[in-house]
Each structure stands twice: as C-alpha cells, then as structure tokens.
Design a protein around this ligand. Structure first.
Ligand code: SF4
Length: 316
C-alpha cells in the first residue's frame, strides 16, 4: 500500500511526470494523425514512461472530439461544444492545502475543478459540480502556487478532474517539484484518458460509489458505471498506488457496498480502502430513497464490515 507514494516522498524515486518530462524531445507532431500519436505512445510505453509532450499533443486533439470520460460526448470543446459535464475551458473552484485527507497525504495541495461528468443526485459539492462555479486560472499562476505551496503532493480533484486533463498536463509541463501526483476521481474515465494518465499519476484516490448498474443509472445518471470503474481500477493498479473510498448510501449495503467490497478484496492486489459513513442527504437526495441519514442498524453493519476488511487498511 502506498509504496510508490512513500518512495517519492522520501526522495528514493522520481514522480512519473518528471520522468515523462525528461523524455521530451521538442518534436513537432502537429501533422501527425491521431492513430500515429497513439501508436507512438504504445511504442514509447514498451521501453519506459512515455513523454509528456506526446501526451499533451494527444490530450489537446481529444478536446476536438471529447472522449475523456465514458460519456464519450464527441463534442468539439475548442469550438464551444458543451458535453454532459458542461466544461469548456477549465475552471477552478479553489486551491488550498487540504488537511482532511488520509494521514500520509496531508497537507495535500488540492486543486478543486468546477464541473463533473457524473450527475449525482446526492452531490455534496453541487455548487461546484453541477453549477460549475469557478474561475479560469492561467496554468502559469497555478504552477507557481504548486511550486511554492508547501504541500506533500498535488491532489487533482473536483467536481472531477477528468474533463480537465489538457489543462493539468499544461501545468505539469510548467512545474519541476518532486511531488507525487494524486488522481482524485470518480474513475468514470475512458480507456484513452486512462492511457494518458498511466505513467503520469502516482496515486489514484478513487471514489467507488455503486456496484449495481441500475443504482448508478438512477442516482448518478450514468450507464455502465460499474464495468467502467472496475476496468479502470484494474488499469490504475498496474502503475500507481490505489486508495479507494466508498461512501455508504442508505439502503445500499446489500446491492452496492457488500458486493463492491468483495470484488475489491478478491480482484485488486494491494489497495487501501476507506469505508465512509458520513453520508448526509443534500441536493436532490430527498426525491429518492437516499433522502435520509444512515440508520443505527446500517452504522453497526458498517462497523462489522470495517472489521471484516481491516486487512485493506481502512482508516475511516
Ligand atoms: S469530459 Fe465532459 S464533454 Fe468530455 S466526454 Fe466526458 S462529459 Fe462529455
């Protein structure tokens, strides 16, 4: 658990993004077709960490046919096309040193993006996620704050960071501090975007919400949630450390929490799991069965599950 993170923090290993930058060769790829860029990425992966420059070119082109997440809207965001997340240019809601993350991670230099690719009816940050409240921050300004901010890592979150991959890569290109990069996300990410993140992100700090696809469709308005998120966890653990957070929803212990934990325990190699019980009904939750607090029976069942899965290192 957190092997990679600990090695970077103790100066024994460089974060991926610095290795990706070291490989940059100032090559003009503006005439390359997308297929050529992907094939170069595949080739580079065979002998190490692919170049950041190449990934920036890929991410920039993906803005013209947006498939960063599995909604795969296909809109041209450079021309003002707005997909399900509503993100055109990246907007940031806040940048701060977060003291409330897992013990090893704090203080965590947290970048909170506006906008989200899910549409959860119980969103705890609905003003940021659904109302897209934030402001444009030039990449140079954010890079300067990260360089001089005093955090132990950089924590890319939102809303969700996924629609903001091109901007994040631009910032990474401008910084040079040896800090682990944390991908703090709902993980409803396309395979293409996962290829870009792989070999840039050191830790995946994931939010695994549901097991039942019907629950995901009803409460987050998204299809194939579980199959996509399972696939991406398997992909993430190939290259990065994995901290999985699961917020238990009222009435969803049997359909979601228990099978999800069983799958994590049997299929993933070395994750840390936090089973969270701080749910409170906000936004539109009271229109659904989750418009209540967890019951005392549910809380005691969560305590039992924490004991059962204590080998997964949960802390909450
Ligand atoms: S990131 Fe936004 S625009 Fe792009 S595919 Fe996802 S929801 Fe659609």
């Amino acid at each position: 658990m957190l092997d990679r993170y600990n090695k970077i923090s103790s100066g024994k290993l460089d974060p991926y993004y610095l290795r990706a930058k070291a490989r940059d060769e100032q090559k003009d790829r503006s005439n390359y077709k997308m297929a050529e860029l992907w094939s170069e990425l595949t080739e580079q992966r065979k002998d190490g960490v692919p170049s950041l420059e190449l990934k920036r070119e890929l991410a920039d082109r993906m803005l013209e046919n947006c498939i960063f997440c599995e909604r795969r809207c296909g809109v041209n965001r450079k021309l003002g096309g707005s997909g399900a997340c509503g993100v055109l240019e990246s907007k940031i809601s806040s940048v701060f040193l977060h003291m409330g993350e897992e013990r090893e991670l704090v203080p965590s230099h947290t970048v909170f993006f506006a906008g989200c690719n899910l549409n959860c009816v119980f969103c705890q940050n609905y003003d940021i996620s659904h109302l897209n409240q934030g402001r444009k921050v030039p990449a140079e300004v954010l890079a300067d704050r990260i360089q001089n901010g005093g955090g132990k890592n950089v924590n890319w979150v939102g809303g969700d960071p996924t629609p903001n991959i091109p901007y994040i890569l631009e910032v990474l290109n401008l910084i040079s501090v040896s800090l682990p990069q944390l991908w703090n996300s709902n993980m409803y990410i396309s395979e293409e975007a996962m290829e870009i993140l792989s070999g840039l992100m050191d830790v995946y700090l994931t939010d695994f919400k549901y097991w039942d696809e019907e629950c995901a469709e009803r409460l987050s308005k998204v299809r194939n949630y579980t199959s996509v998120v399972k696939r991406n966890h398997l992909h993430a653990e190939e290259t990065g450390d994995l901290i999985i957070r699961h917020l238990v929803l009222p009435g969803h212990l049997d359909c979601c929490t228990k099978p999800l934990l069983e799958w994590i325990d049997s299929e993933l190699k070395d994750p840390r799991v936090n089973i969270m019980s701080q749910y409170r009904p906000v936004w539109e939750a009271d229109k659904y069965e989750i418009g209540r607090q967890l019951s005392s029976e549910e809380r005691s069942e969560i305590r039992r599950l924490r004991r059962k899965y204590s080998h997964l290192g949960g802390m909450r």
